[in-house]
Design a protein around this ligand. Structure first.
Ligand code: F6P
Length: 321
């Protein structure tokens, strides 16, 4: 392997820049030429591929978003699109790829390997933390800290007005953002897609906790069957005398300076991805399990395993009195 390229794909996540920097610099350290592909797989299809050097990734470790930009490519889903992508990388003599993203990114990479036998290693980049093969994904720690900051602020105003707030957080298929931010903000209830919601129990808890606090916060994951709006309506129906408000945090959760944890995670996995390629690995994601770098086949990494530990949901319940 002499020439490698890196891309970011799918929804962006804080720490992707630290990951790009790590891949570029680890590649240079190992005497490889490194290219950057712009706009994810779209850039591979359209040939927007640029040479990267140590300077091109200077001063980006602290920046949110992705300097290479990202996309969800429709063309790469087709065989014609992937053939164009293959021709582009062959023209530049690119031997291997590092792709940073989530399940869609790795699904595309698997197809590409199957058809054209290109070595590809993945790095988990998504705020949702919904990949197997790594305890945490790049961006998750920053996102939950953003949520905690926002919920703490909402708690101040909720307390002043004696209000009940339903706060919807991101997580299309996963309640992991909701769960950890719920525990750390003292939410009275957390609703996540991984668990059947017992509305009766939640309403009772809201009523019971009223004597101890004037504000109540219910965190609802975006992927919950009902969603924040319906949950807020249900609370209003059960307790017409409660002053209920809904707040949907939205894309604020995807931006911002990456936390130290995300920068370190992205740096470790970037080096691991490059060294994995040099060892002859392909079709695997570099992840961190119990503090150790481990490689997991894409097919396993994208399986939607339930990472929402029931012990964590119990903690919300026990501590919400
Ligand atoms: O990055 C994952 C995610 O944050 C999901 O939780 C959310 O549903 C989705 O991205 C929204 O992304 P977009 O607005 O870019 O389609």
């Amino acid at each position: 392997i002499k020439n490698i390229a890196v891309l970011t794909s799918g929804g962006d996540s804080p720490g992707m820049n630290a990951g790009i920097r790590a891949v570029v610099r680890a590649g240079l350290y190992h005497n490889l030429n490194v290219f950057g592909i712009r706009h994810g797989y779209d850039g591979l299809v359209n040939g927007t591929i640029i040479p990267m050097d140590a300077k091109s990734v200077a001063n980006i470790i602290q920046r949110g978003g992705t300097i290479l930009k990202t996309a969800r490519s429709e063309e790469f889903r087709t065989y014609e699109g992937r053939k164009k992508a293959y021709d582009n990388i062959k023209n530049l003599n690119i031997d291997a790829l590092v792709v940073i993203g989530g399940d869609g990114t790795f699904t595309g990479a698997s197809k590409f390997i199957e058809e054209f036998d290109i070595p590809i290693i993945g790095m988990p980049g998504t705020i949702d933390n919904d990949l197997a093969g790594t305890d945490f994904t790049i961006g998750y720690d920053t996102a939950i800290n953003t949520v905690v900051d926002a919920v703490d602020k909402i708690r101040d105003t909720a307390e002043s007005h004696d209000r009940v707030f339903v706060i919807e957080v991101m997580g299309r298929d996963s309640g992991l953002i909701a769960l950890r931010s719920g525990i750390s903000t003292g939410a009275e209830a957390v609703l996540i897609p991984e668990l059947e919601v017992n509305y009766d129990a939640i309403m009772k808890r809201l009523d019971k906790t009223r004597k101890n606090k004037s504000s109540r916060i219910i965190i609802v994951a975006e992927g919950d069957k009902e969603g924040g709006e319906v949950v807020a309506e249900k609370i209003k129906e059960s307790f017409p005398h409660y002053d209920v408000r809904l707040s949907i945090l939205g894309h604020i959760q995807r931006g911002g300076r990456p936390s130290c944890m995300d920068r370190v995670l992205a740096s470790r996995l970037g080096v691991a991805a490059v060294e994995g390629l040099l060892e002859g690995r392909k079709g695997e994601m570099a992840g961190l399990i119990c503090g150790q770098v481990q490689f997991t086949p894409f097919s396993k990494a994208i399986k939607h395993i339930n990472k929402a530990d029931e012990n964590l949901t119990r903690i919300v319940e026990i501590l919400s009195l």
